[in-house]
Design a protein around this ligand. Structure first.
Ligand SMILES: *[C@@H]1O[C@H](CO)[C@@H](O)[C@H](O)[C@H]1NC(C)=O
Ligand SMILES: *[C@@H]1O[C@H](CO)[C@@H](O)[C@H](O)[C@H]1NC(C)=O
Ligand SMILES: *[C@@H]1O[C@H](CO)[C@@H](O)[C@H](O)[C@H]1NC(C)=O
Ligand SMILES: *[C@@H]1O[C@H](CO)[C@@H](O)[C@H](O)[C@H]1NC(C)=O
Ligand SMILES: *[C@@H]1O[C@H](CO)[C@@H](O)[C@H](O)[C@H]1NC(C)=O
Length: 476
């Protein structure tokens, strides 16, 4: 711990600059090794190499901007066709939508523009390249947590950096976007003094990192950060991004904590799902087939802590009030094995089994904001075949430029918590069935695979970045 603290101080005092200076040798090596097969001279500095590559490449391959233009045109054509043929997306997206188990009415309900999305996704697979800055060292750079509540920070970095043949390019001239591979969760672990509430070390690390990449490469200054992105699931991700004013104002910030009252801008930033993988794997119970509506006796279910004002309000109103149809617990979830209750803070397999068994027996799963707007319950509910009920204010849910959340979830403003039961009771069974069809359809987008698979959470996050880099609105 002392060593970590020492490292933390060193990092927070701007020594990162120094560290990066030392390690930059390896960064330069990567670049030259991986470009030596191309026509440019490995002796050139990265800056010059990039420029000369861009020029010599111009003759052979379309420029990055030309590629983006071509992609925009293709997506626009596909998106328009929707209007032309009365919503027949099967003609526009044959491989993807020609599945026996998917009906087109459902697709048109769940996706804002199925054909447009399909085209955009395929264009992304065909073209999108991300350059990952090599500067910096683990644990704070190039690594992140791969289990528990901030799983996505580590998994995203790992999948982007390690999976070969993917979206990563080693040639910055071919990149459409540039990734800043830091983990705010790791910064908090190594650079934050517990209970100090002093977040300046996090802001300093972000500031240092941007300063380093902006001084060593031409790309940041070229766009003032607009084609750069970061990703953080930690509550303090948005705060840390303030470390560099251009990152905050122009950069694409992929965040779990997507609170529009705290500067999250849905057109520029990317909302990402929070997924809590206690062990690093999707819990077994959630992989089992979800029970149908008829074996779900509860209208809705919640169990969790009194974190923040939304939870407080929810528990005040509903805790213990109607356990037979509307079970709401503050940690004290009754054990399904007759062992009393699984106590406060209990995690382990027992607590998880009980928790998911409730999710499997409820039609709706309440997903109130905690200290921050996002809740891992949304992903858990989707996997448990339970309609998520987003109880929040100012939350921009993930992938909303592609998905119609109203087709597979219910949104309730915090002020309506007292009417929650009434609101849910009024939804007719046929509509609940429709919502569940939606839940089943979108599940693939909220699943993490290793290695990543088509249309999974990793790729949906990338697709969100791609859309913002294209500056293309699919949802119009
Ligand atoms: C060069 O790129 C490949 C992926 O194309 C990567 O596996 C390899 O590690 C890179 N080389 C260096 C020296 O980093
Ligand atoms: C939709 O397009 C497919 C493929 O072109 C075609 O087979 C099908 O008949 C069309 N459906 C409607 C309702 O137009
Ligand atoms: C980018 O701008 C910063 C601030 O003006 C400057 O210090 C840095 O040297 C510039 N980077 C490059 C590669 O010119
Ligand atoms: C209680 O929990 C333990 C451990 O999970 C289990 O072996 C046992 O069967 C449970 N039930 C009772 C009634 O003790
Ligand atoms: C969202 O941000 C606003 C403004 O800072 C804050 O009042 C609110 O509590 C935040 N929401 C949650 C759930 O934390």
């Amino acid at each position: 711990m002392a060593a970590a603290r020492l490292l933390a101080v060193a990092l927070s005092l701007g020594t990162l600059l120094l560290l990066v200076g030392v390690f930059s040798v390896s960064g330069a090596e990567e670049l030259t090794t991986n470009t030596s097969s191309s026509s440019s001279s490995p002796q050139l500095s990265p800056v010059l190499a990039t420029e000369s590559k861009a020029e010599s490449a111009g003759a052979r391959r379309p420029s990055v901007e030309q590629e983006l233009d071509a992609a925009r045109a293709a997506i626009r054509r596909a998106a328009r066709r929707r209007h032309g043929d009365g919503g027949n997306v099967s003609s526009a997206a044959p491989e993807w939508f020609h599945r026996d188990d998917v009906d087109y009415v459902l697709l048109a309900r769940v996706y804002r523009n199925p054909a447009g999305f399909y085209r955009s996704y395929v264009e992304m697979e065909r073209r999108f390249k991300v350059y990952v800055y090599g500067e910096g060292e683990p644990p704070i750079l190039h690594a992140g947590p791969c289990k528990d509540i901030y799983t996505i920070e580590g998994r995203f970095i790992e999948q982007l950096e390690l999976i070969t043949g993917g979206v990563r390019t080693w040639v910055p001239a071919r990149a459409h976007a540039f990734f800043l591979p830091f983990s705010v969760a790791k910064m908090v672990k190594f650079a934050y003094r517990p209970k100090s509430n002093d977040k300046t070390p996090l802001l300093s690390i972000v500031a240092d990192y941007v300063r380093v990449v902006a001084s060593r490469h031409p790309f940041w200054n070229r766009s003032a950060g607009a084609d750069h992105f970061m990703l953080s699931c930690h509550d303090w991700g948005p705060e840390a991004s303030r470390g560099d004013p251009e990152l905050y104002a122009n950069g694409i910030r992929a965040l779990c904590n997507a609170n529009t009252s705290e500067g999250f801008r849905p057109g520029k930033d990317v909302s990402i799902p929070e997924i809590n993988l206690y062990t690093g794997d999707t819990p077994r119970q959630l992989l089992e087939p979800a029970p149908g509506l008829s074996s779900r006796p509860f209208l809705a279910f919640f169990a969790g802590g009194r974190h923040g004002h939304v939870r407080d309000f929810l528990l005040q109103h509903w805790k213990g009030r109607d356990p037979d149809t509307f079970p709401v617990y503050e940690y004290d979830l009754p054990s399904t094995t007759g062992n009393g209750t699984t106590g406060k803070g209990a995690r382990g397999p027992d607590r998880q089994r009980d928790y998911f068994s409730y999710m499997h027996r409820a039609r709706f799963c309440l997903c109130p904001s905690g200290h921050e707007v996002a809740s891992p319950r949304v992903v858990e509910a989707i996997h448990a075949g339970c309609v998520p009920v987003l109880v929040s204010d100012g939350y921009a849910p993930p992938f909303a430029d592609v998905l119609r959340w109203e087709a597979f979830s219910v949104s309730v403003p915090v002020a309506d918590i007292p009417r929650l039961k009434e609101i849910l009771e009024r939804i007719p069974t046929a509509e609940v069935e429709r919502l569940l069809d939606g839940v089943r359809l979108v599940k693939q987008h909220f699943t993490l695979h290793h290695p990543p698979e088509r249309l999974d959470m990793f790729h949906m996050i990338l697709h969100s970045v791609w859309l913002r880099r294209l500056n293309f609105r699919l949802n119009q």
